[in-house]
Design a protein around this ligand. Structure first.
Ligand SMILES: Cc1cc2nc3c(=O)[nH]c(=O)nc-3n(C[C@H](O)[C@H](O)[C@H](O)COP(=O)(O)OP(=O)(O)OC[C@H]3O[C@@H](n4cnc5c(N)ncnc54)[C@H](O)[C@@H]3O)c2cc1C
Length: 248
């Protein structure tokens, strides 16, 4: 499980809708990645940013952690963003530097309780990684709530997600969520989570794992805590709009 910094090779690439790509990547030295579902890698895209720094970008592994040599990421093209454009255009066979695996968004080994994964937007990759992990296989219950502006054409389709989820995972898609940046997003997300929880007993989950828009998942954690979620039971992975970073 050692963290590594080496080269990865793009082993396969396929388009996902209009503006995204599914990439199969392997370590160039053939070694295992040693990741747990929910974790991410950082890829050095090789692009030098105006300030002179290299554009290194994080991508969550959406494939099952049962397979450690060939893993999958999905990259949505974000405007003229340097990292996502390189990865949407790069040739199969190309090699890039990477580091990882990183991240604490994961179920503990041997987890046997009830878990809820909440994803907004592209955060669905991390939620898929969690849901497909070896640790999730022992969970008594795993629910996945995906908040997304449109489940079709945005990034991964609902069908793509459903085909990859274990049959025991219950997926709920709120496919008419407000767009990124909308001021009502956090309040709407809290209302959707309240709705999801209302027919369940108090504090029904032993673990809640949230990934995606930082402007949404931090308020969600506050909401869940106010509803009685135990300290430390709500884990966050902010993909963008991270309130802890000056510019995210
Ligand atoms: C832990 C982690 C895991 C991630 N996993 C994935 C993943 O699996 N798939 C994926 O496509 N991206 C993922 N991202 C986002 C990714 O790292 C890059 O931020 C993204 O590809 C844009 O990079 P860029 O260089 O093209 O654009 P940049 O110039 O870096 O980004 C432009 C702006 O867009 C923001 N942004 C990033 N993603 C979105 C989004 N979905 N909607 C709106 N704004 C956004 C950035 O924060 C930035 O403010 C992840 C980020 C983190 C921190």
């Amino acid at each position: 499980m050692a963290q590594g910094s080496a080269k990865i090779r793009i082993a396969r690439a396929e388009p996902l809708g209009h503006g995204a790509r599914l990439l199969r990547i392997e370590r160039a030295d053939g070694a295992e990645l040693g990741f747990a579902g929910g974790q991410y890698v950082i890829i050095n895209t090789g692009v030098t940013l105006p300030g002179g720094k290299l554009a290194k970008r994080a991508y969550s592994l959406l494939s099952s952690d049962a397979e450690q040599r060939a893993v999958e990421i999905a990259v949505k093209r974000i405007g003229a963003g340097p990292g996502s454009n390189v990865l949407n255009d790069i040739a199969v066979g190309a090699e890039l530097e990477w580091s990882g695996p990183w991240g604490k968004l994961r179920l503990p080994p041997g987890f046997s309780g009830r878990a809820l994964a909440i994803a907004t937007d592209t955060g669905i990759t991390a939620a898929l990684g969690v849901a497909r992990s070896a640790a999730a296989a022992g969970a008594a219950q795993l629910d996945l709530l995906w908040l997304v502006e449109s489940a079709e054409g945005y990034f991964l389709s609902e069908r793509f997600v459903r085909e990859r989820l274990p049959a025991s995972v219950r997926l709920t898609v709120a496919g008419d969520f407000l767009p990124v940046g909308h001021p009502e997003r956090p309040a709407r997300a809290c209302a959707l989570v309240d709705q999801h929880l209302q027919h369940l007993s108090p504090a029904p989950y032993d673990a809640v794992l949230c990934a995606g828009d930082g402007a949404v998942i931090y308020p969600l954690r506050d909401r869940l805590t106010s509803l009685g979620a135990p300290e430390g039971s709500v884990l966050l992975e902010s993909f963008f709009n991270n309130p802890l970073k000056k510019s995210a």
